[in-house]
Write a protein that binds this ligand. Structure first.
Ligand SMILES: O=C(O)C[C@H]1C=CC(=O)O1
Ligand SMILES: [Mn+2]
Length: 375
């Protein structure tokens, strides 16, 4: 293939309101901030990517503002003039000069994949080796903070045939109150739904030891990141004692974290996130570690909009087993998006087209209206 230089890289911050407050242990979202990446190539093809986190710096080491500055000042000069079609070489070049910054790397890797797919007329899933499914089961997060409202929301999702996997956000409140909230929701939904919890690191090991027992005994299927990412020994001990499987989320900030967690037996399930591994190709390296170690897989989200959601989906379509489904519902939590066609959710699944690249187009008018630098 002839060399096709990268000509420019633009980063655009967009703020979008959520449909309701979304309460996590460490932060309540009222709106979500996306960083959109537009990577233009000498042949006129544009690759689009997204780098999105949750709650400024309250979730991860990168904020939307730091992602933008770092791409503009440090990533772009390394990439301009490089061959857009050689993703291995481009990502290695970044890896040699830039530590960490997996969110920004993920957005760039997504944009490179989108551009290459458009150039070769192939969907990103095929660039990643080929899809083994066309649709992904999608969980919904109940995080209104109110038990009755969460039950009504779950019933609505079941009626609409949109979701039958529910993740409850707990950890901000008193433990006994949180457990009562979870048990009431599981009782109301019964066998019609799988109910899981995400504690977002809020408990210590002693609290988690008892709480995991109660959750498992009450039919909760999965417990996500009950304790700090720094207490890997505690995660391993909980994974041995808990009647419900333990899933690692914040514990994985890079592919090497995944290897260490697998070696230490610190989780039975991994949440796969492109942003926390450095892109759709990087997340498949974590998936390979999990598969080799007999660890189950779940397709995670950083509550991205349509672009990041589709970039994640193309990677997850290629996985052999995705026993725990995905939570790629980000676009459904937002009141607006910047794509001409929203992602398709139907019959409890997200359906992914075989259009070239990520299979999306930007609605230029909406983007011009919503970009932060125009306000
Ligand atoms: O998993 C997280 O910790 C972050 C995110 C994913 C779904 C959701 O509601 O929040
Ligand atoms: Mn989580």
């Amino acid at each position: 293939m002839p060399i096709c230089p990268i000509e420019s890289i633009d980063t655009i911050i967009v703020d979008l309101p959520t449909i309701r407050p979304h309460k996590l242990a460490m932060h309540t979202l009222q709106n979500q901030t996306l960083v959109i990446i537009r990577l233009r190539c000498a042949d006129g093809i544009e690759g689009i990517g997204e780098a999105t986190t949750i709650g400024g710096l309250s979730y991860g080491n990168e904020s939307p503002d730091s992602i933008k500055v770092n791409i503009d000042r440090h990533f772009a000069p390394l990439l301009i003039g490089q061959d857009a079609s050689n993703i291995n070489a481009a990502m290695l070049r970044l890896e040699r000069s830039i530590r960490g910054n997996t969110f920004a790397k993920s957005g760039i890797e997504s944009a490179l994949l989108d551009a290459l797919g458009k150039r070769l007329h192939l969907p990103v899933s095929e660039l990643l080796g080929g899809r083994v499914r066309d649709a992904l089961p999608v969980a919904w997060t109940l995080a209104s903070g109110n038990t009755e409202q969460d039950i009504a929301e779950a019933e609505k999702m079941l009626d609409l045939r949109r979701h039958r996997l529910f993740k409850l956000k707990i950890g901000a409140g008193e433990v006994s109150h949180d457990l009562a909230h979870v048990i009431a929701i599981k009782k109301a939904l019964g066998d019609r739904a799988s109910v899981r919890v995400d504690v977002n690191q809020a408990w210590d090991e002693a609290v988690a030891l008892r709480a995991c027992q109660v959750l498992g005994d009450n039919g909760i299927d999965l417990i996500e990141q009950p304790i700090s990412r720094n207490n890997r020994g505690g995660m391993a001990r909980l994974n041995l004692s808990s009647p419900a499987p333990i899933m690692a989320d914040e514990s994985i900030e890079c592919v090497e974290d995944a290897f260490n967690l697998a070696r230490e037996g610190a989780a039975s399930v991994f949440a796969l996130k492109i942003a926390k591994n450095g892109g759709p190709r990087a997340v498949l390296r974590t998936a390979a570690i999990a598969e080799a170690a007999g660890i189950g897989l779940y397709g995670g989200t950083m509550l991205e909009g349509g672009i990041g959601t589709l970039a994640s989906a193309h990677a997850f379509l290629t996985l052999n087993k995705l026993v725990w489904g995905t939570e790629l519902f980000g676009p459904l939590l937002l009141t607006e998006d910047i794509l001409t066609e929203p992602p398709v959710y139907r019959d409890f699944q997200l359906h992914i087209s075989t259009a070239p690249g990520l299979g999306l187009a930007i609605d230029e008018e909406r983007l011009a209206f919503l970009r932060r630098d125009k306000h």
